[in-house]
Design a protein around this ligand. Sequence first.
Ligand code: 5AD
Ligand code: SF4
Length: 473
Amino acid sequence: MTKCLYIETVGCQMNLLDSELVVASLRHRGYKLVDRAIKADVILFNTCSVREHAEEKIYSALGRLKYIKRQNPQKIIGVLGCMAQNHQNNVFQRAPYVDLVVGPGQLHQIPDLLDEVSKGPPQRLEVSLDRKGFAKTEIEQSFETYDPLRTPEMRSSPHQAFVRIQIGCDKFCTYCIVPKVRGPEQCRSPQAILAEARQLASEGCREITLLGQTVNSYRYQRGATTTRLSDLLLHLSDIDGIERLKFVTSHPCDMTDDLLQVVGSLRKCSHYLHIPAQSGSNDILKRMKRGYTVEQYREMLSRIRQYIPDATITSDFIVGYSGETEADFVLTKELVEECRFKNSFIFKYSERPGTKGALHHVDDVSEPVKKQRNNELLDIQNTISYEDNQLRIGRQYEVLVEGPSKNADKHNLPGSLVQLTGRTMWDHIVVFEGDRRLIGQILPVTIYEANAFTLFGEVKTEHVGPEVYQLSS
Ligand code: 5AD
Ligand code: SF4
């Protein structure tokens, strides 16, 4: 009998990819995906540990399943990913009815683990080794990935895919739990990455986003040959069918000239970079152990402008890190005003047990102050994003059409017209009306309206020939 699977995913792109792979492996075993936990035989949560709030939300969701599990003891509940690695047996203590706890390095075992727990107790905990107390290679081996097991129908869009090129992180920023839960930095071989990209291209994929925690530190050494991210981009851009290449997330210290030169010169490379600054104060950057000063971050931005004059850059900021004074925060605001990021993701500091920050620095900025700083910075960024987007009105962009927009259902359009969404080469979201059959195509859209987050446009069908896109299937 077909088993039904429900999976909920929170967190970063890495988690979205992990869930895609888990679903793919379970589809191979005959599972069918359903859209509500109540209808499922197996309920999985792929979790995030970056902030406490994300973990607490999972415990609340688990709490809501307690009654369902009591009524249907044969249902299997699993906690996967970063929180599984972070909390391990504590998950069973807080939610004793959970059957499975599986870290990000053991996800390939899920089909077998489900078979085992479906036969009855005991519960199963499968996680990687702690980063202390074991040999480096042993720790590395305990964090495994199983990327090749993907199938196109698992992706949210058949025309776009994430490809993991690196797992883990060795930077150990003091606030961050990622090096603990995702393990040591390990880079995948260029051969495996290129084979996967060719496979994706043959399945109709047009855009690939390379994933890594510090993706631009990618390096793979075999004998005398070293492959860097710039080399990888050159090889990937030779693949027919792949039209766009992106990579996230970059670290400011690894933004080398060879990479910028390649991004600036390759037709297929998106001119979009995500390079978190985290703070505009040197004192705070030092406490965070980010490894650069504000002056070095600025210098990096000016090198980017040299190689890629039209680059759009997004950043992350943490407000209210331990010891952050009003003067430190003013410096952060000044940096945001000066850099004119396309967008900034702003987070209130959340102390994470097990990090250097939790051990050595007191979480001494009050919640109301964190909130106030968060809102202030967001206001500054939103004004910049709005002004920047206004300048795009009247311009025409090549847009890769991703699918119906979030509000497509609310717009009752005639015939097969639908409100669509897509992205420019600079990662702007563009919403416009068009035929569903345009999904997956790259076509010119002229912008007539904009807010801080979205550009609204119109497809100029009369100006393009059938070689650019075809309206008929
Ligand atoms: N508290 C708040 N934000 C955090 N981030 C990472 N760790 C924490 C934390 N403990 C933010 C950083 C990072 C983004 C993914 O999440 O800005 O770039
Ligand atoms: Fe976390 Fe710093 Fe690594 Fe990014 S670079 S994943 S913030 S430790």
